[in-house]
Design a protein around this ligand. Structure first.
Ligand code: CP3
Length: 351
């Protein structure tokens, strides 16, 4: 390993001692950065993904500009879906939109399966290139079956997921077939990213908090267990994220996954009372990034005061950075978390 390699993030994911609390931000590469906006003027989203040099440049931006302790591959949860020949567009300000949403099992029965080396060679090339360039770990990622299915069935973003949940309740066999198909795709895609050099992988299940814990257990947990069991065999670190899913944390704690995300609706005390034993990442409300710096920092300090004594804590937001955020706010926050947590570790040693 490169002697300059910063493995603080990986150590925290494995609940090992760290000299300070590692930081990264979900959606840390994107439109809030002027360099990104300049690149996007010249290339479409998927053009960036298809060119490893540009993809690597965009992925490195937050490491270089913010000083975060991990990079996340620049891509989208829809990349493998698109690579299977399914028509999806990323509409600015909206998100992924499908021209032919799934209405029945017949609509996906004949989809060709994903062969990562054949269908997404540029992703693997980007990962290998970043593996050589970065001095922090690279997080690969994929969407989880429920969250992917929600876009595939609704045809785009949704507020309440009625069509998705309706399909799940009305056609349980088709639903299971869809979950199996997507779980297999997600697992093979993540394993390929790990083989190419990603030291960690995050599964984004952004919208699964729309389900009750009982329905999650029946309709979703089998697919997630399959994904995390497969990942466990690789030895890479695995992370799981959903928004508004505090009621599912206890279920997740049983999975063979290393790190669980929690958002601002869940307090550090809730983690203790729910008996969460895994490493965790979170949970600053991204809206706070629009507040004055002293408020951002006092909330971050309060979070560190509650979380830092726990083995396995990674500082993050409860959900992604959005375009209106000022880059300076994230720069200052990263510096603050590093200094404040390092000071606390040093104080611990001297007392
Ligand atoms: O920096 C990073 O986090 C890596 C890149 C990344 C993107 N999307 C880039 C992107 C990651 C990890 C994602 C994951 C993703 N994509 C999720 C899960 C995370 C979450 O926020 O819950 C979801 C639900 C999607 C689907 C999606 N794709 C949405 C909601 C959007 C935004 C739509 C908009 O215009 O506001 C996209 C497009 C997208 N993905 C953008 C970026 C930087 C912006 C579009 C652009 O630059 O053209």
């Amino acid at each position: 390993m490169n002697l300059l390699f910063n493995d603080v993030f990986l150590k925290a994911c494995r609940k090992q001692p760290v000299p300070y609390t590692p930081v990264w931000y979900m959606r840390q590469a994107g439109r809030y950065q002027k360099e990104y906006r300049a690149i996007r003027k010249r290339y479409s989203f998927f053009e960036i993904c298809r060119h490893p040099e540009i993809c690597a440049q965009v992925t490195r931006l937050p490491v270089e500009k913010l000083g975060v302790d991990a990079a996340i591959l620049f891509s989208d949860i829809m990349t493998p879906i698109k690579a299977r020949g399914i028509d999806v567009k990323l509409v600015e300000g909206v998100g992924p939109v499908f021209s032919r949403p799934i209405r029945s099992g017949a609509d996906f029965a004949r989809w060709r399966s994903l062969d990562v080396a054949r269908d997404l060679p540029f992703v693997l090339d980007s990962v290998s290139l970043l593996h050589q360039q970065l001095e922090v770990p690279l997080i690969g990622f994929a969407g989880a079956p429920f969250t992917l299915a929600s876009y595939l069935i609704e045809g785009g973003p949704s507020r309440n997921y009625h069509k998705t949940k309706g399909f799940m309740y009305a056609h349980p066999e088709d639903w299971d077939a869809l979950m199996s198909d997507l779980a297999e795709m997600t697992l093979s895609y993540l394993i390929a990213q790990i083989s190419a050099g990603a030291q960690a992988v995050q599964v984004f299940d952004s919208w699964v908090g729309a389900l009750s814990a009982a329905d999650y257990q029946t309709f979703i947990a089998p697919a997630m267990k399959k994904i995390f069991s497969g990942l466990q065999e690789t030895g890479a670190v695995s992370l799981y994220f959903a928004a508004g899913a505090g009621h599912l944390l206890k279920e997740w704690n049983k999975f063979p996954v290393d790190v669980l995300s929690f958002d601002w609706r869940v307090s550090p005390e809730d983690l203790v009372t729910s008996g969460i034993t895994k490493a965790v990442q979170g949970n600053l409300d991204p809206s706070l990034l629009l507040a004055p710096q002293h408020l951002i920092e006092s909330r971050a300090a309060a979070l560190l005061d509650q979380m830092q004594s726990r083995p396995g804590y990674i500082f993050n937001l409860g959900h992604g950075v959005f375009p209106e955020v000022r880059e300076e706010a994230l720069q200052a926050l990263t510096r603050f978390v590093h200094h404040y947590s390092e000071q606390k570790e040093n104080d611990k040693e001297t007392t």
